[in-house]
Ligand binder design. Structure first.
Ligand code: SF4
Ligand code: SF4
Length: 199
């Protein structure tokens, strides 16, 4: 999900690349699963996330949808896959186990890996990481390099994929704001889902 944030509120010295160090290590969450409960509904998935889930669970995109592990939602005007949420008041992510651990930890989505970091995008399609102050319940973490925190074997390939996906999503959002017929909107949405998630 894109949130409008006034970039002036984040001082430039707080913007980081994956080579920077940040105070993040929250002792492996130490029994806390706050991020996986009432936040889960907002976790949208990009093409890299879906590929990891497909490979990790040995499902097709349609299989993930059919098993209700992911859900399609309209996010900022575009249909995107999101993590499903279990029924009940707590709004737990479908992958949160009873022991408080993540069933897909080794191939969990990018937003889960980043937290309490987030990304801020610039108009030229580049991005920086920043720390969402006060969001983590165990904020006094140890300093760790962001690339290590994200735990991707090839951080450059991941970041390039995220940039490409963001460019395509921004272009689609631009198209959807035009005065298109319903049929044309459906065609564009379907094309996007097929190109980035199904194939
Ligand atoms: S709030 Fe912090 S400690 Fe709790 S699950 Fe999220 S990252 Fe871990
Ligand atoms: S995928 Fe895992 S880490 Fe992400 S919200 Fe679900 S249970 Fe939590």
């Amino acid at each position: 999900m894109i949130r409008e944030i006034d970039a002036d509120l984040i001082s430039p010295d707080k913007l980081m690349t994956s080579s920077d160090m940040a105070r993040l290590g929250c002792r492996h969450c130490d029994g806390c699963s706050e991020c996986c409960t009432d936040r889960a509904e907002a976790i949208t998935l990009d093409a890299w996330d879906i590929r990891m889930l497909k490979e990790g669970l040995n499902y097709s995109f349609e299989g993930l949808l059919g098993s209700s592990l992911i859900t399609l939602r309209v996010v900022d005007g575009v249909i995107l896959p999101c993590l499903s949420v279990k029924e009940g008041e707590k709004q737990e992510c479908v992958f949160l186990q009873e022991d408080g651990k993540c069933a897909v930890h080794s191939f969990r989505p990018g937003i889960c890996r980043m937290f309490p970091l987030a990304r801020i995008w610039r108009e030229d399609g580049s991005f920086s990481y920043f720390l969402q102050a006060g969001e983590c319940r165990q904020p006094d973490g140890v300093k760790i390099r962001i690339s290590k925190w994200l735990e991707y074997p090839n951080i450059r390939a991941y970041e390039e994929s995220v940039r490409e996906f963001h460019d395509a999503l921004t272009a689609l959002r631009g198209e959807m704001k035009k005065d298109l017929s319903h049929e044309e909107q459906v065609r564009l949405q379907r094309q996007f889902l097929e190109q980035w998630f199904i194939h």
